[in-house]
Design a protein around this ligand. Structure first.
Ligand SMILES: Cc1ncc(COP(=O)(O)O)c(C=O)c1O
Length: 435
């Protein structure tokens, strides 16, 4: 997809509008309720008519069937998490049984890291002579570290000794050579990395990292929160051992939507660290045995009853994504981000692009750096340009391809420029709390 030539003012706007007219995905925006110029879909995607319809369908069936809905609803609720997993599989490059929809990203980090850490240590890391480390990085979203540390503590281990952290050289990105050195120098049991860094948007090469981890005898696990729905994946082909992600960002499945996970089929039958009856082999689940037989698929990592209402919007949201096609979405997303980077390059020197320049190394969002990023983010939001701020100096801008266009990207850059020149951002307090 061609990006418009960079210009500010009316000329720039017209070029952006012309590019939007050529955009084959432009019509998808009509399916969403998008508040203002919405550049925060990597935090919370907006509501689509499709998601509403999917929720209404489940509400109707709840009214009509009550408890019979577990078997008689269409689709039945008993297999709801597995069925949605099957629908997600093409987005992450998995076989259908390798994906399940359950829990939250963080809960799924707990169970999968715990499971694979035990597997790397003879089935129970608490009783291993010399357990290795879990390798993460300094720029991770914090919940990943909280969960891994808690899993280590639960096995009587000191997280300071068993969580190894690859440091960043520039505060923005992680060098692959530093990851490789950590794997060489330490006894790594699990490499647990994000697909895309939440602040700078750096996109890792999952296939390369998985191969590297395996070369050093480690499992490879990934947090795909910032890439699922906007970057295609090939988890099965890359031999990834496990992955987790959320659906409230580019999947647009709603605030706190039920999360997703992947377990490579070669690990089917492994004992989940956090077992529960919903992960039991489905055929015998209602025989109510007191011993746990894990389902022979990713559904084994479910813990309790699938929250059907909280999962329903994902069903509708997936209709939209599949209709658009993940390859086309990635292409448009890369073009929008490329255009944004080119515009930011033309802004005063107080602005910098904090994301990788190579589109192949960048996810769906762009980090725009400025010393007054917090106030700028508040001023933008007040002007209906919805972005978020990430400390210490990043305005995160996510032009999500389903409902934003080049004109929207142009508006973000033009508003940044005018706020900087007028210093109007000085009137704003930095945002606090959830952004
Ligand atoms: C990389 C990453 N992991 C996890 C989370 C959040 O986890 P949860 O969905 O459990 O709240 C986020 C939230 O933005 C994230 O960016």
């Amino acid at each position: 997809m061609e990006t418009p030539a960079v210009a500010f003012g009316e000329t720039g706007r017209q070029r952006a509008r012309a590019a939007d007219e050529r955009d084959p995905l432009a019509e998808f925006a009509n399916r969403f309720d998008v508040p203002g110029t919405y550049m925060d879909g990597n935090s919370l995607g907006p509501l689509s008519a499709d998601a509403v319809a999917a929720v209404e369908h489940v509400l109707d069936e709840w009214r009509d069937y009550a408890v019979e809905g577990w078997t008689d609803a269409d689709p039945d609720w008993f297999h709801y998490g597995e069925r949605l997993g099957g629908r997600l599989a093409p987005l992450v490059g998995a076989r259908e049984p390798e994906v399940a929809v359950c829990g939250s990203t963080t809960a799924n980090v707990h169970t999968l890291v715990g499971t694979f850490y035990d597997a790397a240590n003879g089935g129970n890391a608490a009783h291993a002579d010399d357990p290795g480390v879990v390798l993460v990085n300094e720029l991770d979203f914090p919940t990943d570290h909280y969960a891994v540390r808690a899993q280590l503590r639960a096995r009587g281990l000191d997280p300071d000794d068993h969580l190894a952290v690859v440091e960043s050289r520039d505060g923005r990105t992680i060098e692959q050579s530093d990851i490789e050195r950590a794997l060489q120098e330490q006894d790594v049991d699990i490499l647990f990395f994000p697909s895309v860094l939440y602040r700078s948007g750096q996109l890792f090469d999952i296939a390369e990292l998985a191969a590297l981890a395996h070369e050093y005898g480690a499992y490879a696990g990934f947090d795909l929160a910032h890439s699922v729905g906007v970057v295609p994946h090939d988890l099965h082909g890359a031999g990834v051992d496990f992955a987790v992600w959320c659906h409230y960002k580019y999947l647009n499945a709603g605030p706190g939507a039920v999360a997703g996970l992947f377990c490579h089929e070669e690990h089917f039958g492994i004992q989940p660290a956090l077992a529960g009856w919903w992960g039991h082999e489905k055929e015998t689940q209602f025989e109510m045995r007191q011993t746990f037989t894990p389902a022979a698929n990713a559904g084994a990592f479910q813990i309790g009853t699938v929250p059907v209402l909280a999962a329903a919007p994902l069903d509708g949201a997936l209709d939209v994504i599949h209709e658009a096609g993940i390859a086309s979405l990635r292409e448009k997303s890369a073009a929008l981000a490329e255009y944004l980077v080119a515009l930011v390059d033309e802004l005063p020197d107080a602005f910098a692009v904090g994301s990788p320049r190579d589109p192949a190394r960048r996810g769906g969002h762009v980090a725009v750096e400025h010393d007054e990023a917090a106030r700028l983010a508040a001023a933008l939001t007040d002007r209906d340009v919805i972005v978020d701020y990430r400390p210490p100096n990043v305005v995160r801008v996510a032009p999500a391809p389903l409902y934003t266009g080049f004109v929207d990207v142009h508006r973000v850059a033009a508003t940044l420029r005018s706020l900087h020149e007028s210093r109007a951002y000085e009137a704003y307090e930095p945002p606090s709390g959830v952004t």
